[in-house]
Structure formats: structure tokens, C-alpha cells
Write a protein that binds this ligand. Sequence first.
Ligand SMILES: Nc1ncnc2c1ncn2[C@@H]1O[C@H](COP(=O)(O)OP(=O)(O)OP(=O)(O)O)[C@@H](O)[C@H]1O
Length: 693
Amino acid sequence: MKLVEFELEEKHVEEVIQTIKNEILKYVDKRKQFADYLLEYRKKAIEEYKDDEDKIIEYFDHERFIKEEAYKSFDRKLIELTKLKVNPYFGSIEFKEDKYAPEKIYIGRFGLTLEDEYEPVVVDWRAPIASLFYKGKTGRSSFEAPHGKIEADILKRNQYVIKGGDLKGLFTSERDVKDEILQEILCSNTSEKLKDIIMSIQEEQDEIIRLPYNNSSIVDGVAGSGKTTIALHRIAYILYNFRKQLEDKVLIFGPNMIFMDYISNVLPELGETGVPQDTFHEFVRKALNLEKVNSYDLFLNRIFNNDEEFINDYKKKNSEEFKCELDNMMKQLENNLLATEDIIFRDKIVVSKEEINEMFIEYYKSMPLYRRSRKIRRILFNKITSIRNEIFYEIEREYKKELDKLSDSERNIQENNIALNRRMKIEKLIRDVMKAKDELAYLKGENVLKYYNQINNDKDLNHQDLAPILYLELKLNGIKYHGEIKHIVIDEAQDWSNLQLEVIKEYTKCNNFTIVGDCNQSMLPMDKENVLNNFEKILDNGILKFKLNKSYRSTKEIMEYANGLVANSDIVPLVRSGEKVQIEEQVKVENLAHKIEEFFEKCKKRGYETTAVICNSISLSKEVKNMLSKDIEVKLIDSEEVYLTKGNIIIPVCYGKGLEFDAVMMITEESDTPKAQYVMATRALHELTHLKL
Ligand SMILES: Nc1ncnc2c1ncn2[C@@H]1O[C@H](COP(=O)(O)OP(=O)(O)OP(=O)(O)O)[C@@H](O)[C@H]1O
């Protein structure tokens, strides 16, 4: 029976691959036909507009647009089909909706439905119906279709291993589902880049991935629970289902450039290219057009070298108190801008102080302060200008009257004098207007950076100054992001302050966030224990919160060890056993080189692809690297500019966050925080050694 089923499925794979190959040929042909059509059309257009250069330019602009759009969709389809040709699908479900006959669908990386046909050959994993596959169980279930919830009975679920176009494995579950594929994936080695998990997304992960794009969610998940992976799959999901609304309007924030590079393959593999990724530091630096701000590397160096004054400065500038201080200072600024006297021009009240203050405090109170004051300044200018015009016309009238009074002979004698008098009056008027306008210069508002530098006692600007400066720019000048962002993902959010989230939300005017983090992994000194809890008040209503406590990364032994490092960790490891964690106490620095070299050697023999020595600081990482023999191939990651590769790595924990390695040697000192140690330990997939200095 089993054999027959395998053969049938094998045949189905073959048929589907043949269908895909035919489709590829069709699309290549379509692309060519389109190119021929365009060439023909261009010839006609050039002939028709040959005497009108503007029209020809216009035509080429239009052609470029059509070409880009059409080729984008042909190329997207061809890329998808080429990937499907090797591995058309990884799962199937047989299900029955009430009142309908049973159906079977195959689920793959991309969907394929033939022209003029209704039944899909392969269903995209992101399609609503595919969620039935990820429920991971048979029996009564439901999925969210665009027109509402649909109930169905899942009769059978298959998982396929297809390699190079051949069916290599088939796992069937009619009742209890053991995710064999998941176990296989978790036991394999990691690579230098994060991978997609479409074959083995688990139900609790799928629930988050498939939330509507206009929901905000906060995911607090233990190390290795798949937070980064989920966030990236969620982007692929929302782009697939809401492409029109979201294309080019999604943004990812990650902790540093090394991490950004590490995750950079996932979305392209899922067929989504061009989703911008940035760090808070770079994004805000560009938004403020700030040249003179110290690098993020320097910031981390000073934090991890326990520079106390610097740490206090960081803590202060990310505290609620500092934000209140800034608010108070801006209140003071507003008070200083209020009028204490009427605006008078040539003995006339232009606008009374009460009216000015009413504009400030009432009419325009919702405007950012400097924009408000500039607006009021413009209003006052306009009023002065109209008074000036009245006076000017009066001068002109008088001038004409005086001339008219004179006979021709008197005119010859007096005309120059009268004209001079007129000119002097006009010049005086202009001087008075300029003086009056100069007196209103204070309403222009100061340069925000200059203002912040005063508050900051002209100290160097660092990472911790970015959020406060942006806050002031938003409140005083109301600066806005040029472009539209409809969904933002923040990864490693445990190291974000409230102020950072607030300024990003206000600057981008984006209301939908997917925020993922782990309170046990926060490494920057914050006053609050779990900042993720605070984010709820900053986001708009309707936030969904999720807690994930299963770890997919490390062996049971590693997770148990990591659990013991922090007080309140409740990681549930997926049952995958490995070696016991090796712990060595009171290791002498002079013995490190030997131990590390042995460790690298052992890992190489075991066939690990990525092996890391994780140190508590950038300086120790450099020191350790210098101790090693020059014959050892090892890469030091000591700045954001250096990227990960396979092989042996030495990396400080601040750059190791979010990454993973087959085997890890962590080197700690007594003064290291439990959280930093927890981050180090949870980077390991299969093996962990802990050296305590
Ligand atoms: N459903 C799954 N199937 C297979 N592998 C998974 C699954 N979920 C997560 N993983 C794997 O677990 C590892 C950890 O995932 P990820 O880096 O997304 O976790 P994380 O919660 O962001 O971790 P951390 O907070 O420690 O950085 C990755 O190798 C990922 O591929």
C-alpha cells in the first residue's frame, strides 16, 4: 500500500515538473512576444511623432514604465518557476469542506495555476488555504479566506522531500503528526546566513505570520524560538496577500549591519526582493542628515568597556525623565515665544499681544512649535505688508496731488523736490518695514541641532543622542519621512527604548508594527526589566501579544544550561539531544590560545561549518585573536563593517546577538551580566564550551 502511494506521488512529482517546464517555455515565449510587440509599437510611435521631440521623449518615458512593469512580472514568474522546477512542493493536504467533495492540494514555495484552469497545480504557502497544512494536525479545522472563515476537515497531511526534481521522502500522517522534516532540519548544520522555514513552520509561528498586515503585534520569545524567522516570513506573507497596499512600504529594523547581512537571504528566497533593512542608528542619522555623530561601533565599545559616565549618559537619554525634561524645555521655549507686547507699526497696532497668544495657544496649538511660530510670523508679516501698502498708496496719492496742484512753470521748478520727498518717504517706509520684520526674527525658531547641543553642553554626539534629537525635530519642526511606510518590523526590540519606538512611529506615521524580542537578551543598560511590556502603550489599539517558549535552535543540554544562567527563563527545548556542555572554571588568559586552537581543531573534525568563540567585549575579542597562531584560519568580527563567513569566527557578544553557530566557545568574566552570558550560550546549535576567566 505504502509503496503504491509512493509510486503515485513520484509520478505526480514528475507530472508537475513537466507542467512547470512547459510553463517556463510559455513565459519565455510570452516575454519574447512582448519584446517584439514593443519594438513594433516603438517604430510606429517614432514615425508618428517624428516632428515632435517632446512627444518622442514622452513616449520613451511611457515605454520604460510599461517595460519595467511587464518585465518585473514576467521575470518574477520565471524566477518562481525555475525554483519550483527543482522542488515544486513540500506538502499536501487532503481536506473536505462541508457540502463539497474531498480535495487535495499541494503546497509549495510559490503557487502555480495554469491559464484558463481553476484548480491550482501548486498552492503558494502564503495562500489562506495553505494554513491548513501548518495546523500540523488532522481533524476539524478552519482557515481565514478573504470572504470569511471556512470550516474544513483535514483528512490527511503529507510532507515531501524532493531533491533535484526527484521524490526522496514521503511522510504521511493521518492522525498524530510527528514533524519528521522539522527534526531533520534542526539536526543539520547552520550556514552563515539565516534560511527560510516554509517546510516546517509550526502552528504557533504560523498564527503570527498570518496576522493581517494592519495588526500590530509584540512577540516576546525565548532565544531560538524563531522570532527573526517569523518576522521575515510575516513580511513575505503580507506582501503576497496585500501587495497593492504594501509594495515598497515595508521596513525592517535590526540591531546592526552584521545581523542585517545574516538575514538578507530569507526574503529573496521567498521571492521578495527590495525590502529595505536598516538599523535605528543609520535610519535616524540619515533622517536628521547628521554627519557628525560617532559610530555605533564606538557606542558599543564604550558600553561594553563599562565606561560608567557614558553608560549613565545613555541611560539618562533613554529615560522617561529625560523626555519630560525635553518637554519642559520645549514648554519654556513656547513661553518665550509668546508675545509680551502688541505689534505696533507706525503707531498702529498691527496685532494685539492677546491675539498673537491666542493663535499660539488656541488656533494653531496642534502644530509643531517652530512651524506654528513661523506661521504666526508669516501672518504678522502679511499684516505689516498690508499696512505698508496702504501707506505707500497714501504717499503716491499725496505725490500726485501735489504735482497736480502746480502750474507747468511751477512744476519745472518743484518737481524734483517733490519726487525726492516722495522717495525719502518710501525709503523710510521700507526701513521701518524691515525693522519691524527684524523684530519678529525670533519667531523663525532656532536650528534644532544647535538647541540640542546647548542642552548637551556641546558634547560629541553619540547613538543615544539620536532619538532625543529626532524627538525635538518632530515636536519643533514636525519633520516627516519622505515616502510611505505601512508596516515596520523591529527585531531584537529588547534593546529599544520607548523614546526610540515613539520617534520612529511619529516620524514614519506608520501604525502597524511587528515587534520581536526577548527580555532575557537585553544587553544595553536599561532601567526597566522588560521594555517589551512598555511598547503596548506607545502603539495604537488592537495590539496582539504573543509569548513563544519553544527553542528550535539548540540541543536540550545547551538550552538547559542557558536556562540556568538567567533567573526567569522558561525555554522549552524541542527534544534534540547533544553533547554535555563543557565548563571550565578559573581559566588563565595565557592558556586561552591553546584551548581555542584545540576547540577549532575538534570542531573541524566534527564537520561543523560555523564555529565561534564569543567574548564579552570587542577588546577581549581582539586580544584573543592576537594570541592565536597565524596558521589558524579565523575571522575576527570587530566592527559592523565585517561580515560573517563560514569557518572559525571570533566575535564579541554585542555583534553575536541574533546569530547562530554550530559550535560555540563562550569566554566570560565574573562581572559579565547573566543576560550577556545567556545570549552567548544560546548562539550554539550543537555544542557549547564555557570558559570562565
Ligand atoms: N519551524 C521551524 N522549523 C525549522 N527551523 C526553525 C523553525 N523555527 C525556527 N527555526 C530555526 O531556529 C533557529 C532560530 O531561529 P531565529 O534566529 O529566527 O530565532 P530567534 O528567536 O530570533 O532567536 P534569538 O532571539 O536567539 O536571536 C534558526 O536556525 C531557524 O531556522
